[in-house]
Design a protein around this ligand. Structure first.
Ligand code: NAP
Length: 257
């Protein structure tokens, strides 16, 4: 299916198409408040998730794109698209975490802002969806809990690919139940040029490193940290993230201090 972007702008707002004939998303214009956005966003995600998870096929491959996405940027979208092609994934579901387990003392933007930005960035791609699985789950967002929650909703033969940055995968032995995680899904480590793949073996040991699939990403030197720094110092983030996310950051005043 061809990717469709913004469908129309009506008096109600901006209309995005839904997946496979499902109703689209109407964003109130102007973006008055986060509350005005959340209802339609959540409804849109439920419908899209329903389609993403229930195609009726027995053999399926679904990507789970894990991250804090503070904020989501073009680098994340490129990773998702590369993974979709390389592993022949039917859908890539972005799973923004509520509480990154290893960042208890860090200042993180509210889960709802990060969730909304993920929806805005992915709404025009019929192969992408955004899940509230971790956003709605209290406590630290352990990846093994997420993988099991998805497994419980899917055909048993579905293959799950948990995709995240190679830097995060280097720490996987400190995550909850890493052995089970490596057994219950394919872990995909996306790396930029210059990343030393030998570090994965050093950190994980030969046997576990062999279970991780590495995914080279074209030279896109974009990071969430850099975007936050740019916004804080009044610099442009245009073309580093999608136009809708850029406007959302500006209108909501995120990352200014
Ligand atoms: P992070 O420390 O913020 O990110 C590490 C590096 O990976 C950064 O360079 C980051 O770039 C990049 N990255 C993060 N997600 C990416 C993605 N989906 N695709 C490509 N690059 C990505 O890591 P994090 O986002 O907090 O954690 C990554 C995932 O691991 C999350 O789903 C998190 O919940 C999970 N995790 C689980 C446990 C556990 O179960 N105990 C512990 C730690 C992490 P950007 O900064 O530009 O995104």
């Amino acid at each position: 299916m061809a990717s469709k972007a913004l469908e129309a702008v009506s008096s109600e707002g901006a209309v995005f198409p839904g997946l496979d004939g499902t109703p689209g998303l109407i964003l109130p214009c102007p973006l008055a408040s986060i509350d005005a956005l959340l209802g339609p966003m959540i409804q849109f995600c439920r419908l899209n998730m329903d389609v993403a998870l229930n195609s009726g096929q027995v053999w399926r491959r679904i990507g789970l794109m894990g991250g804090t996405f503070d904020p989501i940027h073009q680098g994340h979208l490129v990773v998702a698209e590369e993974a979709r092609e390389r592993f022949r994934l039917e859908r890539v579901v972005f799973v923004p975490n509520r509480q990154p387990p290893h960042k208890a003392d860090c200042r993180i933007t509210s889960p709802e802002h990060r969730f909304i930005m993920c929806v805005l960035a992915t709404a025009d791609n019929p192969c992408f969806a955004v899940s509230r699985e971790e956003i709605d789950r209290e406590g630290p967002s352990y990846t093994i809990d997420t993988v099991r929650a998805f497994r419980a909703q899917l055909e048993p033969k579905t293959e799950l690919y948990f995709i995240t940055g190679a830097d995060a995968v280097l720490e996987i032995l400190t995550w909850r139940d890493p052995d089970a995680l490596l057994e219950e899904c394919h872990v995909v480590a996306a790396y930029r040029p210059g990343f030393d793949l030998g570090m994965l073996e050093q950190a994980l040991g030969e046997e576990k490193a062999r279970k991780v699939q590495s995914l080279p990403i074209p030279a896109l030197d974009i990071s969430s940290t850099d975007l936050r720094t740019r916004v804080r110092s009044g610099r442009s983030v245009r073309y580093l993230t999608s136009p809708a996310v850029e406007s959302y950051i500006r209108k909501m005043g995120i990352y200014r201090d």
